[in-house]
Design a protein around this ligand. Sequence first.
Ligand code: ADP
Length: 486
Amino acid sequence: MSKKSLNILFVASEVVPFAKTGGLADVAGALPKAIKELGHNIIVVMPRYYKIDKAKLTKLPEPLGVPMGIMGEFWAAVYTTTLPNTQTPIYFIDYEEYFGRSGLYEDEYGNSYEDNDNRFIFFSKASLQLCKMLNFTPDIVHSNDWHTAIIPLLIKTKFVHDFAFTKSVLTIHNLQHQGHFFKGAIDVMEVGWEYFNSHDLESHDGVNLLKGGISRADAVTTVSKKYAHEIQTQEFGFGLEHHIQAHAHKIYGILNGVDYDEWNPSVDNLIAKKYDRDDMSGKLVCKRDIQQHFGLEKKDNVPLIGFVGRFAEQKGIGMIAAIINSLLDMDVQVVMLGTGEKWAEGFFSEVSYHRSNFALHIGYSDALAHKIEAGSDMFLMPSLFEPCGLNQIYSLAYGTLPIVRATGGLDDTIHNYDEFHQTGDGFKFYESSNDALYHTLKWAIDVYYNNKDSFIDMQKRAMNEHFGWDDAARSYIDIYKKILGN
Ligand code: ADP
């Protein structure tokens, strides 16, 4: 192949700003933009969930037929628009019976939809059918997580005639979710039962969509370098470590970037006062704003520690619960924003009731997330595992020093404070233990009170860091070209 500009189909189950449950959506909203800016033809495809307003989209004239094996052929509508402020087209697969629901993957009680296998096999096939309808022949199909992990196998089987020269990349944003289903799904996928074996789809007498994708993708990427290694170990492999080891030669780690149009204190309209590293006075205004918003005592010289994220075991929420009362016994203020496991919501509500230096908002609020990033002095992210993590990178941009466990993307992005050499931009601990977390918090608080100059220098170093999508996009293009053989 000699042509320079590539045709890329980017398929994701969630894309900012249309639907988001986590970091996957941030990536899917930003990476295609950056790839397009490098001069490639990229189209994005996602489901048209109930909450996405059809009135703001353009409907394609023709319906889209999607073969669903033993279930027959289903007909979807297709809508389109562009990613905000770009020329990057995004298409929405509209099929009421599968996507006309309040949740993306689960109902309001947190139960996964029972037909998630059919929903996302349908979506994966629909994205390939759409290419045919648009006469778009991709050089590369880029799928993401288990929802679309079957695409690399589909283009080698059922869809081979139309995609004979297409290569595939599968990005793992979180290995914990693999798409385990009843093996009868094979008859809906139409990939052939010969792929129901322990090297491809089979797992515990069911199918594992992510496993099949890892086998058949031409390249597999993870969203940080460290995570690419970690998933080959028992601690982080979620049962797939041996399978991943067997495919290690085609696994690459590419760190996510940040959309600095959105997460940047010098342009952020959601925060009380803008600031930058040359004049950080606005940060104090943001801190007072948070104290006011949450009804915390208005004090400038107390370390304010923020947390934004899912209340999930992955995020170290159990460790935070274990140490929160000891932490609050110190002279600090803590603010948490999140939703998730019910025990955690109940537990932290109880804490907020009893402790005046602790505040909580249960829910999802982008505006509050920005305010917390800007107004806090430190940001807490003690994840047990973290494929990339975005909040710690946002924190750097806001001069809010991250306190993290050294895992995955957290370890790749945060440099530990070194008092002797006066380097670093955050505080790291290694062992996933309550003690390690507590002592690291204590250390960070001590630096805040007793070594203020070093603390401010760290803030400046943090704000100097840059994690742009342009670099990440270039790394993806290198991989695309490598698997295309040019
Ligand atoms: P994950 O994808 O594992 O949830 P990431 O750190 O990669 O974690 O991305 C989480 C994204 O979701 C970030 O952009 C974060 O700001 C946002 N987020 C998570 N919980 C909330 C919440 N309760 N309110 C607002 N934003 C949230």
